[in-house]
Structures are given as C-alpha cells and as structure tokens.
Design a protein around this ligand. Structure first.
Ligand code: CO
Ligand code: ZN
Length: 369
C-alpha cells in the first residue's frame, strides 16, 4: 500500500488526537481512536498489560526496531470538593503554575462525560499591587464549575480522583502550515508514528510502533514495552523546545521552528536524560543528508523522552530520538510547523528501511573475537 505524506492528513489527525483528552493513566479514549486509525495498516495490533498500544509492521525479520510515541498528556487531578462546590487539584505531569490561572478546563466524570470548568482568578480591580507581581502557587488555585454545593458537584459525577485537562482546540495560525493546540507533546509524535507506519513498506526489520502510556509521569509505558519487545534499537518520537522567540538569546536558540526535524544528541540536565547512541544518531544524520531532508541537531538542556527509559531496559537497548520542534511546550498553545512533521515522517520511514542485520551486527554492536 503506497500512501502519500500529506499535510492535510496530518492536520486532521492532529486535531482528532489533540481534542481527545488523554491525561497520564487515563489513555483509554485516545487508544480507541488510534486503533481505528491504524488497524488496516498493520500486521498485528495489541494492548499490553500496562495499556500501551503496540502495532507490528512485519518486515523481513532481520531485526526489531521499536518506535515509541507517548499517548498521554499532562493533566490535573481533583483532590477536594469544598462545601461551596469549588474543586482543588494537583498536577499530573510537569505544569508551570504560570500557565493555569484563567484557563478553561474539561473534567471527566465517573461515567465518562465531560463537565466544563474554569480556573478562577481574582479581578485586577481588587488585586493588591504585590499580588500583581507574583505567580499564584498551584495549591491556591481552584476550579469553578458553576455549582454552589459539593452535592451538586458529586451529582454531576465529579469525585476525588477525577481527571481534567485544559480546554483547547487545534487551529491554523496566520501561516496555515503553522498550527497551535494542546498536547502536541506528544500527539504530534503520535501523528508522526502513525503516518510513518502507513507509508512504511519492505523494511528488512520488523517495526514495532508503540503508543506508550504514562510518559509524562516517569516514562513508564516505554520501559515495560521495551522489555517485552526486546528490540535491537529504540527510537522515540517526541517534541523538543523551539526557542526561536523574542527574549531568547541567539546562542540559546538551539532548535528552530520550521527548520526540519531535530535529531537528538543529548537531553536532560547535564545529560541525565539520554545521550543518543552514536550509531543511531549517525544513521539518522546520514539518511537526512542522503534524502535531502532538512534536519537540526538537538541538545535539550532539560526534559527527556521515552528513549531514556528504553536505553536502560534489559542489558541496554541502543536508543535515539527524532524530535518535532515545538514552541510553548506544556501549555495549551503549543505550536508546530506541518513541514517539520512531514519531514520527520520521511526521515523515520527511510531510517527504518536502512536498518538491516549487517548494520545491527557490524555497526551497532561488534564481536571482536
Ligand atoms: Co511532556
Ligand atoms: Zn513528550
């Protein structure tokens, strides 16, 4: 089956996935959407005991490549309903408290329905001048769902442990190839993996596309999936910071929007995340050059991806990553360039096709005697 990589398809799928809430640990809805999206393109498809969705695209059996893209997104969890019906919450994943005040939220009820709410904020009229300069700590924030008692909130199906996300739709910006929305981290990576499995054919290796759970709370799904698949290499597809915005000094603009997918060299503070396996990094660079795909080299000073969990599974699994340049990560207004996504699909598909038993046994690892 030959499928063209098409920016319209990418936009449509990004919109569908981003507008399906999937906070860490609560990925069931998006998983069902993905099953329908990919079932006709893969040879085997299953959900493992952690909740990861795994799609196998069979090649000629010369080895195994695992592609990981996380289905989960950061969210909020309700911890308390006060007697006036206001909700308190804790973060699930890495929120900055700067982002949250004055946002709309979508709360999932016990029966899977959605309740709209807002994170309340004091009007400037009654704000003290020192308050104006300060970030409101997370524990002082609350969600208003427009009810007046805890009974009313509970009747709607909200309880301790109910999960929420910020409300946000996917839209095109002034440049129609530049889109904005919530949870591009990592639904844009999921889109990249989905489009890649659609175009991939005749690979020497079997490709396992894993849509992982609970990345944002400790890279959990990727770790267990890597153990069970036991691949020769792992490649994570995730977002990275495009810092090419006002206020960033020129020397700190490592990755830029629209300049091509980023090939991971290192991430995490002082390399505490991943130092990409040199053979994988070099393979991706060589493929990008050969195929004239624009690319950037990525060193991310904080944060990491599923690749760092894969790398230290079993006796060690060589890992690397392709990153989609993204502005304003972990906010409801993330931005990506559709050209970067199409180029990431091309790079990933061509790279998987380059992997064969000779590369695995002579370049990736080597027996001396
Ligand atoms: Co993230
Ligand atoms: Zn991510």
């Amino acid at each position: 089956m030959t499928v063209e990589i098409n920016k319209e398809d990418i936009f449509r799928l990004a919109k569908k996935l981003c507008e399906t809430p999937s906070p860490s640990g609560f990925e069931s809805k998006i998983r069902e959407v993905l099953i329908e999206e990919i079932r006709d393109y893969v040879d085997e498809l299953w959900i493992d005991s952690m909740g990861n969705l795994i799609a196998k695209k069979a090649g000629q059996g010369e080895g195994k490549v695992m592609i990981a893209a996380h289905m989960d997104e950061i969210g909020l969890m309700i911890t308390n309903i006060d007697k006036n019906g206001f909700l308190r919450f804790v973060p699930v994943g890495g929120w900055s408290p700067r982002i949250l005040p004055a946002q709309r939220v979508l709360i999932r009820t016990i029966d899977g329905n959605t309740v709209h709410g807002v994170i309340g904020i004091k009007p400037p009229h009654i704000e003290k001048s020192e308050e104006r300069q300060k970030v409101i700590p997370l524990e002082n924030l609350f969600i208003d769902i427009g009810v007046t008692s805890d009974e009313e909130a509970k009747k709607l199906g909200i309880e301790v442990g109910s999960i929420a996300v910020i409300e946000s739709t996917v839209e095109r910006l002034g440049n129609p190839d530049v889109i904005t929305g919530r949870a591009f981290d990592d639904k844009i990576g999921v889109v990249t993996a989905v489009e890649t499995l659609k175009v991939l054919e005749d690979s020497k290796v079997d490709a396992y596309f894993v849509f992982t759970v609970q990345e944002e709370v400790g890279l959990k799904g990727a770790r267990t999936a890597a153990f069970s698949i036991n691949p020769d290499i792992g490649i994570a597809i995730d977002v990275t910071i495009a810092a090419d915005v006002p206020g960033t000094p020129e020397h700190a603009k490592i990755v830029k929007l629209g300049k091509g997918p980023a090939i991971k060299v290192m991430d995490g503070r002082a390399g505490s995340g991943l130092i990409a396996h040199p053979a994988i990094r070099d393979l991706l660079i060589a493929v990008a050059k050969e195929e004239k795909i624009p690319y950037q080299l990525e060193v991310l000073p904080g944060g990491t991806t599923d690749a760092s969990a894969i790398q230290i599974t079993r006796e060690g699994i060589p890992a690397g990553a392709i990153s989609i340049p993204t502005r304003y990560i972990h906010s409801p207004i993330e931005i990506v360039h559709l050209e970067d996504v199409t180029n990431a699909v091309k790079l990933l598909a061509k790279a998987i096709k380059k992997v064969d038993s000779a590369w695995i046994n002579n370049v990736l690892r080597r027996r001396i005697k």
